[in-house]
Design a protein around this ligand. Structure first.
Ligand code: NAD
Ligand code: TYD
Length: 354
């Protein structure tokens, strides 16, 4: 595919990043501030249990960065911000599949209604040059063989994925109906620094460091396509600059690994015994495999650069070097502990957690 026009400029422009205090958002803010000396970033984040300003302490006093604590569902607040910005990268969402299984309401509210609020503000602010909607590969559902292409039907399985699919298609509808400059990306599973330790890789690293059981769902044969968050940030940068309005871009790591292999690699890298791994009751509706055809973004000139083994080692080292960061969450956050106890108790690993 050809690039539609000369790249959009980020330098000298103000970007609204929603959900910037989360895992991908905080990595992206670091990346963009490094990359563009004259960028201005407004981070709108509600600071849910997953948002953490510690992730951004080092840039808090950077004059190019501004934090606004607020909810994307707050129409007045969002409409006040839009006149100040040139572009949007929309990341804010409820993101954990297991939490969506316990209680889906907040997922529908934030992921669908919150996206509507942002899109509607875009409709009223015709000066905004682009709106990058961050969807997910989970909107396609699972497939045993082959690869999803951008035009394939969406068939989400979890309340999280269904909420994201609603937002994804709402963003597309705003492009079709109002001709707004909307681009959609569908990234695969990310890993890297600052990922909240309820997610698979950081949960397993931090449990293993504490010699706690590693609760592997089912038989551990489910497959995810792991993408290092730094490669994802490069892809976002590329799509913001060169992506075409109204188009969807898959972003995969080209790196399919069964969960059991990931768990064993973590044990090996940490020198921990593999019998920490416990096969536990499966996640209901657990998607077996996600796999993306990424020709389209590759034709813009992007490809993942960080091999999984190297990325995983670096990520493990980050969690070792930033022990205080994850201990403050795992040991002090009520939101973490309440969820862990509710979800893992019936999986029979909780009694061994200190
Ligand atoms: P995260 O859970 O780490 O962070 C989400 C952030 O959004 C948090 O800072 C939270 O405080 C904020 N937030 C939540 N509700 C909000 C609201 N109503 N208003 C304002 N802020 C709110 O998530 P993440 O892993 O960084 O994911 C970011 C985006 O990327 C999400 O849209 C997610 O669906 C998508 N995505 C993530 C992955 C992945 O592997 N992490 C893969 C594909 C797509
Ligand atoms: P997760 O990080 O929750 O991402 P997603 O479900 O969005 O892909 O999980 C990644 C994989 O790891 C998924 O197949 C579920 C599995 N998993 C476990 O086996 N045990 C766990 O405790 C968690 C959190 C995940």
């Amino acid at each position: 595919m050809e690039v539609s026009k000369p790249g959009r400029n980020l330098n000298g422009k103000t970007i609204l990043i929603t959900g910037g205090a989360g895992f991908i958002g905080s990595n992206l803010i670091h990346y963009l501030l490094r990359q563009y000396p004259e960028i201005k970033i407004i981070n709108l984040d509600k600071l849910t249990y997953a948002g953490n300003l510690e992730n951004l302490e080092d840039v808090a006093s950077d004059p190019r960065y501004e934090f606004i604590r607020g909810d994307i569902c707050d129409q007045n607040l969002v409409q006040e911000i839009f006149p100040r910005i040139n572009g949007v990268i929309h990341l804010a969402a409820e993101t954990h599949v297991d939490r969506s299984i316990l209680d889906a309401g907040q997922f529908v509210l934030t992921d669908v209604f919150g996206t509507f609020v942002l899109l509607d503000a875009l409709r009223r602010s015709l000066h905004v040059e682009y709106f990058l909607h961050v969807s997910t590969d989970e909107v396609y559902g699972s497939r045993d063989e082959g690869y999803f292409r951008e035009e394939d039907a969406l068939n989400p399985s979890s309340p999280y994925a269904a909420s994201k699919a609603g937002a994804d298609r709402l963003a597309y509808a705003y492009y079709v109906t109002y001709g707004l400059p909307i681009i959609i990306i569908r990234p695969s599973n990310n890993y890297g620094p600052y990922q909240y330790p309820e997610k698979f890789i950081p949960l397993f690293i931090t449990n293993a460091l504490d010699n706690l059981p590693l609760p592997l769902y089912g038989r551990g044969t489910n497959i995810r396509d792991w993408l290092h968050v730094e490669d994802h940030c490069r892809a976002i940068d590329m799509v913001v600059k060169y992506g075409r309005e109204g188009e969807v871009y898959n972003i995969g790591g080209n790196n399919e690994v069964p969960n059991i292999t990931v768990a064993e690699m973590i044990c090996d890298f940490l020198g921990k015994p593999k019998d920490l791994i416990r096969f536990v009751k499966d996640r209901p509706g657990h998607d077996r495999r996600y796999a993306l055809d990424c020709q389209k973004i590759r034709s813009l000139g992007w490809q993942p650069q960080i091999p999984f083994e190297e990325g995983l080692r670096k990520t493990i080292n980050w969690y070792i070097e930033n022990e205080g960061w994850w201990r403050r969450i795992k040991e002090k956050s009520q939101a973490f502990r309440a969820f862990y106890e509710a979800y893992y108790k019936e999986r029979e690993v909780i009694k061994e957690v200190k």
